[in-house]
Design a protein around this ligand. Sequence first.
Ligand SMILES: Nc1nc2c(c(=O)[nH]1)N[C@H]1C(S)=C(S)[C@@H](COP(=O)(O)OP(=O)(O)OC[C@H]3O[C@@H](n4cnc5c(N)ncnc54)[C@H](O)[C@@H]3O)O[C@H]1N2
Ligand code: MOO
Ligand SMILES: [Mg+2]
Length: 422
Amino acid sequence: MVEKRTPVPVKEAIERVMENIGKGEVEEVSIHNSYGRRLAETITAAHPVPPFDRSPYDGFAIRSVDSTGASREQPVTFQVVEEIGAGFVSEKDLEPFQAVRIMTGAKIPEQCDAVVMLELAQEDHDGTYPLMTIKREFEKNQNISFEGEDTKAGSELVPAGTWIDPGVTALLATFGYATVKVAKRPVVGVFATGTELLDVSDELEPGKIRNSNAYMMIAQLQRAGAEPVYYGKLKDELEPCYEAVRQAAKETDMVITTGGVSVGDYDLLPDVYERLGAEVFFNKVAMRPGSVTTVASWGGTLLFGLSGNPSACYMGFELFVRPVIQAMMHSERPHHTMVKAELAADFSKPNPFTRFVRGSCRAEGDRLYAEPGGFNKSSAVTSLAGANACIVLPGGSRGYQQGDVVDVMLLEDNEGQKEPLS
Ligand SMILES: Nc1nc2c(c(=O)[nH]1)N[C@H]1C(S)=C(S)[C@@H](COP(=O)(O)OP(=O)(O)OC[C@H]3O[C@@H](n4cnc5c(N)ncnc54)[C@H](O)[C@@H]3O)O[C@H]1N2
Ligand code: MOO
Ligand SMILES: [Mg+2]
């Protein structure tokens, strides 16, 4: 008799997994290697930005009071007593009607409170000093880039858990982080199971296929920020599978396998979990594809038994493995971001399970469209190429029509959200 499995609703299944994980360790990395990691410390402004009042223009720093009454009819002339570029500080004590030629980024001289752009000044020379004449008044504080206008000292800028994008890297540099505390990349063991599997470089043989899932999962792990350890492929034989998974579980933070997780004669992962004495959280999820997704825990290591069917394997990874990686990397929003978009094709056949249709989300005019990727079976591999989104169609008695507004999960977004799927 075939074992009867009870399907768990997708959200509940994800929550069961998430209850069983904690934050990963912290390490310090050079700013050069920080892109794509997650912060393990909150970045707080150690000083104001900019750290001093500075000129936003190439021009002349003046005392605004000297420009009072300046007009086309009554121009006012200044002696230019000094010139400073960015990086230099004025040392002159200015007298009335004296100005400093100043370049963008240079510190505003002590006695000055306005900047005249080069284009608004007429330049001349009196034999001793260069001269500059203006034909309009300048107000106090005109054309000054103020200390702290970007951020004040002590402001919390980026919370721990944030994905380090190029902008965050700029902040790290601004505040002198030559190294930064980041979450360690979880180390994830990868196995492909299946006696039918050939290596990538093998010629096809009757009844055999090339192992695509392992490489797909490694790429998904890299996209998620984890460190994949590829243990290779395993034949559908219990003893070697058991030994290999057991060993890998001791060496990694989690182990993902693909294939051998359903109810077939050669689906041996259920036996591996039983023999290990692993705690199986569920072995059937009310989703399609990926209904056979199984998650277990053994000795503190999570074991993900993903389906052998490529589309099912892909979805099992994005729904269950990826959020675990994000949470271990200190993300407060470990789940994929959801948006609403218009369905660009009909899915009129109702399905009792929630369907996850791989495809793309694209903007056209002021609307977002969700476009299925093509061949939509669990076994599909071609429709995964270029997928940046997944259309989520809740199960039930109704189908979905082109133009319906549906939930779409963004696969390439690093922002994430707290709760799964809503
Ligand atoms: N009687 C039943 N049969 C099946 C059920 C069921 O409920 N009752 N579930 C079906 C569903 S749904 C799925 S999904 C598959 C899941 O099968 P497994 O996870 O056990 O995976 P395998 O049987 O090992 O392989 C399935 C399929 O995928 C191909 N495969 C496997 N590994 C790879 C790989 N690394 N790269 C590319 N392709 C791979 C394999 O050759 C098979 O064609 O079970 C249904 N059956
Ligand atoms: O688990 Mo299967 O992918 O539902 O099709
Ligand atoms: Mg099978």
